[in-house]
Design a protein. Sequence first.
Length: 91
Amino acid sequence: MRPYILPLLAVLAAGLAACQTLTPEERRARDEQTCTGYGFKRGTDGFATCLQRIELDRRAQARYDSDWVMADMAYNLNGPYYYPRYYRYRH
């Protein structure tokens, strides 16, 4: 591989990752738009509950993704093992 290709790919990957990151304000606006689309009105308990559930789902997904990454790393480093949530066996 040519020496300039790897740094170019790294810069390109970093640039693409930066494009997909939302600020907290943008994320909140999208969440509010989603809840409004479900028919909830701003300032109501249902609207607040909708926003809360979206955030709880986001946090649960982040925990799941983190658990999966850690389990996969441990499997790749140490071979077969038993993990409380994910079981992988080498055939």
